[in-house]
Design a protein around this ligand. Structure first.
Ligand code: ACM
Ligand code: ZN
Length: 814
């Protein structure tokens, strides 16, 4: 694996050489190939496409002939130029030659473009296919359209490329269960993968919200399981009771449609891996056949809301027979060597309460671990071991049919099935643990590769599931940590981006979330880490946006906007403005007016005074590119300063996420003093605290002003969002100390609040006091009390009286 020679220096030089190739297009050079080839040397001159050019396929297999023919057809359809097909090795120049040689890497190719000849060399058809994708990317973006566009410059810049991928597995997952995608979208999605040299489409076909694959033996799966009565409106945790749209949502793919998709993908050297979720995420199946659950007499509905559900498959013979029957049809449809069996997020409540499950545990002799497991270092419960039994049994079945399983990293819990490949999503450790124990791993860590998260300022972005992965952060991901030993490296077989579609109701939303970040992952999958370069990627991305326009892909264009952030430099909080758009100039205002070509030019991070409404935009000349972005910033004595809190921030601890792996909330140390206040658009900027008796139902925020100062007010923001068990502070105490040891109170206030019936509200409160000299300050925020009707995150206990959590942002001292 991964034997390609790379020349990182050359890729750096590429952009020096290429400056002589300015065209009328705005892009900086014409070698805008994504993913970046691992070895590329630019040359002088151009190869022009004309009716005289022959496409020579002298010794090629029929499969390679098809690839060459597809070039002829595409050039004909889009440029109107008729390339000549030739089997003669000795045709007159100019020619595009397809040359088969032995011994090149499986997906590798060489492409030599000279003014009178193009030579594309490979050993395998996939190599030719990838070489062809490079050829297309050297042509004008119009080649990706559907229209005849004769007026373009149909020529290619001269170049020498020798290329092969870093990773064998380069994938994207699309969830079609939370929101169904039309079959047309699936084709377009596959086109996007193929043009970026990805080779795997992971099709998430079954989940709680819909069963999307026709299974002839079990017709109710689609008659019942493919439809839900209605769908949740707004973000999951906004309304309680939750609000639904009252509209039926459904859809599934017939076996004929699936065969066509698989064949289409194969023609583009993409393997389609189906995911049939088990034992959790099974409500659509058990709504169709309730006997598959631990409580067969219950009637289940395909769910129209999101999350993790306690109703799962019961590991009884009937269920195994059902799943084997489903998989028999699945393996007929999908020739992939892998079948994904899910395995994630399977609560064990139903198994704990089920007589069959408990007797099976006894019969199998499953015991709670006394010592930590050797693979993940954790002690597992009997029920987790039952899941391992479930997965291992399904693995054996699939192995007997010549297939291997992939599962999400939870399949490590309770013992890993012997031949399983692990898809590491809750971080990287699951993948590393699997690889260390000799299993293959595919890295899809949510903090980089979850494309359902925010990619731009959450305050103004369309609603997403939460989090914050910019294009830059996604691009920065290196699947192989520096300290990985050689044996472990060999088992990290690739990378995947995941597109979960709870908040992607239509094709535009899917495009918007997937692209351009999926393209950053495509580069990480193909291009060796040593050759990757963020600035260089951005240069090439400009043309890729033009390609996406030609393909009618509605990518997020925050690339052309200005990101507004704050960061501490040498103990001082500054605002940092950044646009990914190369050579754009950023201009900004601080008074809320729209920036113009005369507004101040941003050159470096700067300190702002007081409270400002910053607006910024990227300019080329006098013209604003992208959108104007905006952020209100608050300067005060403690902006940018370190602080401590008791309890520590974090939520969902003890649930599926660890304290440091939080989905949604800002847990950075400076979250409370970063100059930006939380808002009701999302939970992303808020800092979350779980308050209970252990911490006296209060949050204690302590800060050292670093020198004595006279203070006279504290401002703090807390959130009301009962659907997510969040209430704002009911009272505040301010205490001061000269030495950080002895504190005395100087102010307090309590609040009687008016709440809206539904939704969220951000409260900003200020407590003023006699100007006081101090060095240390404590701000103590008292819990908002208990909730009864708020929904408890991932626990179905709506009638239980529970303590509220507190979400805070920001704390300011004036
Ligand atoms: C997952 O995101 N539950 C794999
Ligand atoms: Zn059971």
């Amino acid at each position: 694996m991964r034997k390609v020679v790379y020349l990182s220096l050359l890729t750096g030089l590429l952009f020096l050489f290429s400056s002589c190739y300015h065209t009328t297009k705005e892009t900086v050079n014409e070698y805008n190939i994504i993913p970046l080839p691992n070895q590329l040397i630019t040359k002088d001159g151009r190869f022009k496409l004309t009716d005289k050019v022959s496409v020579v396929t002298a010794d090629c297999s029929p499969e390679v002939q098809n690839i060459a023919d597809s070039l002829i057809t595409r050039i004909q359809n889009i440029s109107g130029i008729t390339l000549q097909s030739s089997k003669q090795a000795h045709t007159d120049l100019p020619a595009i030659r397809f040359l088969t040689v032995e011994g090149m890497p499986k997906e590798g190719y060489k492409l030599s473009i000279m003014p009178n000849e193009i030579a594309l060399t490979a050993s395998q058809p996939n190599g030719f296919y990838y070489g062809l994708q490079t050829i297309y990317q050297l042509l004008p973006p119009a080649i990706y359209g559907k229209e005849l566009t004769k007026q373009q410059d149909w020529s290619l810049p001269a170049v020498e490329i020798e290329d092969a991928p870093c990773f064998a597995y380069r994938g994207l997952m699309l969830d079609v269960c939370r929101h169904f995608s039309s079959i047309d979208y699936i084709y377009k999605f596959i086109d996007m993968l193929a043009m970026h040299k990805m080779n795997t489409f992971h099709w998430h076909l079954t989940d709680d919200q819909g069963w999307r694959i026709e299974i002839k033996k079990y017709p109710k799966l689609t008659e019942v399981g493919s439809k839900r009565k209605e769908t949740l409106v707004d973000y999951y945790y906004v309304n309680w009771p939750q609000v639904f749209d009252g509209k039926e949502h459904g859809g599934y793919y017939t076996q004929e449609q699936i065969k066509d998709v698989v064949a289409y993908a194969a023609s583009k050297y993409i393997t389609v891996i189906p995911e049939i979720e088990m034992p959790g995420h099974a409500i659509a199946a058990i709504a169709s056949y309730s006997e598959l659950s631990c409580t067969p007499d219950t009637t289940y509905d395909v769910t129209g809301t999101w999350g993790i559900f306690k109703q799962v498959y019961c590991p009884k013979e009937e269920t195994f027979q059902f799943l084997e029957g489903v998989l028999d049809e699945v393996i007929e449809l999908f020739p992939s060597s892998y079948i994904h069996i899910g395995g994630d997020e399977c609560p064990k409540n139903a198994w704990k309460d089920c007589a069959h499950c408990q007797s099976l545990i006894k019969q199998l002799g499953l015991k709670e671990d006394i010592t930590p497991n050797t693979v993940d270092g954790k002690k597992h419960t009997k029920e987790e071991k039952l899941q391992s039994y479930f997965v291992t049994r399904m693995e054996k079945y699939l192995n007997s049919k010549g297939r291997n399983i992939i599962g999400w990293d939870e399949i490590l819990e309770g013992g890993l099935a012997p031949n399983a490949t692990v898809m590491s999503w809750r971080g990287v450790q699951g993948g590393i643990n699997a690889a260390k124990s000799g299993h293959d791993a595919i890295m899809t860590p949510s903090l980089y590769a979850y494309l359902d998260q925010y990619q731009e300022e959450p305050e103004t972005a369309p609603t997403t599931i939460g989090g914050y992965n910019t294009l830059k952060k996604t691009y920065s991901y290196n699947p192989i940590p520096e300290d990985t030993d050689e044996a472990t490296k060999e088992h990290i077989i690739g990378i995947q981006g995941n597109i979960w579609t709870e908040y992607m109701q239509n094709d535009e939303r899917r495009d918007y979330q997937a692209f351009p970040r999926a393209i950053a992952l495509a580069e990480t999958g193909w291009t060796w880490n040593v050759n990757k370069n963020w600035a260089n990627f951005c240069q090439r991305m400009v043309e890729d946006f033009e390609r996406m326009d030609a393909m009618n892909v509605k990518a997020c264009r925050s690339f052309f906007d200005t990101y507004i952030n704050t960061r501490v430099y040498n103990d001082t909080l500054k605002v940092i403005l950044e646009s990914f758009y190369p050579n754009a100039k950023i201009r900004y205002t601080l008074d809320g007016s729209i920036p113009t070509a005369k507004s101040p030019l941003y050159t470096a991070p700067f300190v702002w005074e007081g409270n400002v409404n910053l607006k910024a935009a990227a300019f080329k000349g006098n013209k604003i590119q992208g959108k104007v972005t905006e952020k209100k910033l608050y300067s005060n004595f403690i902006a940018g300063k370190q602080y401590t809190t008791a309890p520590k921030c974090g939520w969902m601890s003890g649930d599926i996420f660890s304290e440091n792996d939080v989905l949604g909330a800002d847990t950075t140390t400076l979250g409370l003093t970063n100059g930006k206040r939380g808002n009701i658009a999302s939970l992303t900027p808020w800092v979350a605290f779980k308050l209970n008796e252990k911490c006296n139902n209060e949050l204690v925020f302590t800060i050292d002003l670093e020198k004595t100062a006279t203070i006279s007010a504290v401002t703090f923001g807390t959130l009301y969002n009962p659907a997510f068990r969040i209430l704002p502070a009911s009272a505040v105490n301010v205490e001061v100390s000269p030495d950080g040891k002895e504190y005395h109170p100087i102010a307090q206030a309590s609040y009687t609040r008016e709440y809206p019936e539904q939704g969220r509200k951000a409260f900003t409160d200020t407590v003023k006091f006699t100007p006081t000299e101090t060095r240390y300050v404590k701000v103590i925020l008292k819990s908002g009390g208990t909730l009864k009707n708020g929904i408890v995150c991932r626990k179905d206990t709506p009638d239980e009286i529970i303590p509220s959590d507190m979400y805070v942002d920001e704390i300011e001292i004036y």
